[in-house]
Design a protein around this ligand. Structure first.
Ligand SMILES: C[S@@+](CC[C@H](N)C(=O)[O-])C[C@H]1O[C@@H](n2cnc3c(N)ncnc32)[C@H](O)[C@@H]1O
Length: 259
């Protein structure tokens, strides 16, 4: 069981402030890279990025192209945990087609407001954005075929609860496929107790083996974990954490066993 050492209220305030800025001013100064250049380097197909709202791509703050490990297919019901300005939701919507449905959840009002406006302007009917915390998902058990997430669970203080919620809303046989920031060795308390470093996607990085174990303890079978070597942090401080503790991006695919 991973101990929670960061002040959760403080963390929520800082995360919301950081990702409000990502929604409103994606060309500002951040610890991490944003936007189309990042998406293409991670592996997102340019032809699909061309077909979704450019402002969603500009605010993309993900850390990996996890759909390489497991793709969504036409007609599926898909949930994106921490959907931000909506890029992954719009990509998934292209792939599931109008017979499918994609739901994005996020707690930051400016991210949700932007994603919803872009959806409406583009007239995309099979997408919805819902304000919620990942720790308390407002969906019935087994509601989704696939759950996605990109660069988000590291920001959550109680990752065990987030994995349990993801497992709960998946149907038996469904997949959780995500990219996230983890570390190769446990981070020291000086980093883990610092809410500012959490909001910058560093402080909340869990040791990789423990991260996968929390997914397993939530009832998911981890099938594949790969390093996203194309991902890198921008700031010197973040690059230092990478050098000292192996803070890095991974993609992970886990499946909920059939009943
Ligand atoms: C690094 S951004 C990634 C956004 C999006 N997945 C992308 O790839 O651009 C993290 C997002 O997760 C959201 N978030 C973080 N913790 C959350 C929580 N506990 N509940 C709901 N949303 C959360 C933030 O509001 C932010 O929009």
């Amino acid at each position: 069981m991973a101990t929670i050492t960061v002040d959760q209220n403080d963390l929520e305030i800082r995360v919301k402030s950081m990702y409000r800025d990502v929604a409103q001013d994606p060309y500002g100064d951040f610890h991490f890279e944003l936007g189309r250049g990042l998406a293409e380097r991670l592996g997102y197909p340019a032809a699909e990025l061309d077909r979704i709202p450019p402002d969603a791509v500009a605010s993309f703050a993900g850390v990996g192209y996890y759909l390489r490990l497991h793709d969504v297919t036409p007609g599926e019901r898909v949930l994106d945990l921490g959907s931000g300005s909506g890029m992954d939701v719009f990509i998934a919507a292209l792939r599931v087609g109008p017979e499918g449905r994609v739901t994005g959840v996020d707690m930051t009002p400016e991210q949700l407001g932007k994603a919803t406006r872009l959806r409406d302007e583009a007239g995309i009917g099979h997408v919805e954005f819902v304000e919620a915390h990942l720790e308390r998902l407002p969906f019935a058990d087994g509601s989704f075929d696939t759950v996605l997430s990109n660069g988000v669970i590291n920001l959550c203080a109680d990752k065990a609860v987030v994995f349990r919620e993801a497992a709960r809303v998946l149907r038996p046989g469904g997949s959780l496929v995500l990219a996230d920031i983890v570390s190769e060795v446990p981070l020291p308390d000086s980093i883990v107790c610092n809410a500012t470093l959490w909001a910058a996607c560093i402080g909340g990085a869990l040791e990789q083996g423990l991260y996968a174990r929390l997914a397993e303890e939530a009832g998911l079978a981890v099938e594949q974990v790969v390093d996203n070597t194309e991902y890198r942090f921008l700031s010197k401080g973040a690059q230092g954490a990478t050098a000292d503790y192996g803070v890095k991006s991974i993609s992970l695919h886990a499946r909920k066993p059939r009943a």
